[in-house]
Design a protein around this ligand. Structure first.
Ligand code: HEC
Ligand code: HEC
Ligand code: HEC
Ligand code: HEC
Length: 183
């Protein structure tokens, strides 16, 4: 009795005797953690790869270009607008014009191909959302889109109803779901 509880030997022998099951358990746990990390964590932590590695951090953050310079319709229509390549070239005909990615922009421009940007924000089809009302109330872009200015690649975001309702409750905005948000 005494030996089993007090000497390290007892414990070590048990470990040694079971080393393969223990090693296997350890490795499979590690495997599962890594799998989950890459499958969920990694995939949702930075957004999808874009055809041109456009960075909001560089443009809206470091260079402090206003959001509405590139998304001019956000306060006026249902569609904020993703800037066409002409708008990029407005600056990039002068700025870093030899840069390979800027060359790719020229290719899009010359072949009249719209840049195939990958969409990252989703809202269910049946939800009526309009930026206009929100921008008029002086809600900051960040309230809904997060710190875009610090992101190189925008993350995928699926807006859920709770998100809309929480803020509507807080700001005493319309909560009549069927009248307001659902068609
Ligand atoms: C108002 C001016 C302006 C507009 C419009 C603009 N850019 Fe830029 N862009 C800059 C500046 C300034 C830099 C930084 C250049 C430097 O690092 O010297 C830059 C850097 C870049 C880089 C370099 C890579 C990096 O992340 O540092 C890429 C790629 C790029 N822009 C793509 C685009 C695309 C695509 C568009 C259109 C959607 C666009 N830019 C629109 C001003 C602009
Ligand atoms: C120089 C131009 C430029 C500026 C300035 C800019 N954006 Fe963008 N924005 C783009 C381009 C190009 C895309 C499409 C590529 C992408 O998703 O990164 C985009 C995409 C987005 C999207 C995602 C659209 C989708 O796919 O659902 C959001 C949200 C957004 N911008 C918000 C902002 C906010 C907020 C600011 C200001 C803090 C801002 N943008 C400033 C050019 C710009
Ligand atoms: C009240 C929340 C809210 C605010 C504030 C807000 N947005 Fe959005 N934004 C959304 C939602 C929800 C979507 C997705 C809806 C959709 O795709 O139609 C979206 C989508 C976008 C898109 C992508 C549209 C597309 O065609 O794919 C851009 C770009 C964008 N927002 C820019 C902005 C900018 C710039 C501002 C600030 C001037 C802003 N947003 C403020 C909620 C908001
Ligand atoms: C950060 C706060 C905030 C978030 C998030 C938000 N809203 Fe709003 N919303 C408001 C405010 C404030 C108003 C009131 C605007 C007014 O009074 O003109 C409003 C108004 C509206 C209206 C017009 C209602 C009416 O009276 O006709 C609709 C529709 C709407 N929001 C839908 C949505 C949807 C859908 C979402 C989620 C994708 C959402 N909102 C997310 C703050 C928010």
């Amino acid at each position: 009795m005494q030996d089993r509880f007090n000497s390290e030997n007892g414990f070590l022998t048990t470990l040694k005797r079971n080393r393969w099951p223990l090693i296997l358990t350890f490795l499979s746990t590690l495997g599962i953690i890594l799998f989950l990390y890459f499958f969920y964590g990694y995939a949702t932590d930075i957004g999808p790869e874009q055809p041109i590695p456009f960075s909001h951090r560089v443009h809206a953050g470091v260079k402090n270009i206003q959001c509405q310079f590139c998304h001019p319709y956000v306060g006026r229509s249902k569609f904020p607008g993703i800037p066409p390549v002409e708008k990029c070239l407005y600056c990039h005909n002068y700025i870093i014009k030899k840069f390979p990615w800027i060359q790719k922009e020229h290719e899009y421009y010359n072949t009249k191909t719209p840049t195939p940007w990958v969409k990252v924000n989703y809202i269910p089809e049946f939800v009526f959302f309009n930026h206009q009302r929100h921008i008029k109330k002086k809600l900051a872009c960040e309230e809904c889109h997060g710190q875009v200015k610090t992101m190189d690649r925008l993350k995928e975001n699926r807006f859920l109803m709770g998100f809309c309702v929480d803020c509507h409750r807080q700001k005493k905005a319309n909560l009549g779901c069927w009248l307001a948000c659902h068609n």
